[in-house]
Design a protein around this ligand. Sequence first.
Ligand code: 9L3
Ligand code: MG
Length: 134
Amino acid sequence: MSATTGRSDEVVAGAIFRDGRLLLAQRVGPPELAGLWELPGGKAEPGESAEAALRRELREELGVEVAGAQRVGAGVPLAGGRVLRAYRVELVSGEPRPLEHAALCWVDADELERIDLVPNDRVWLPELRARLRD
Ligand code: 9L3
Ligand code: MG
């Protein structure tokens, strides 16, 4: 993909907060990431905005409708030239279910410190923790 196609090189990850807790999802694969926890999301399609990618991915993975896309923390370069970015999104409707993950959980600030996050997502810990301690 050329450098000018921009956002289609993005992997989006959604941070959903509710009642002082953050939603995390447990990956089923690839083997090196299976069992680790992440902000749910995935690859944007060509020409798709981050907000639209978040709506689609979180509908597919959690069965919920979300809105908004407020950047959280730094972008993380991935192998293959993609960039992983986290966004805060608002839960509009539905109760999250693990449609493509092993499990879901809602963590508070202390639990977030102790849970085994995928290595990439650890860069957002300061911002996520700050938001949970607000
Ligand atoms: N990834 C890392 N942290 C995340 C997400 C949603 C994704 N919070 C990485 C894992 C994969 C790649 O991005 O290498 C694509 O994600 P997916 O389509 O496998 O969810
Ligand atoms: Mg995914």
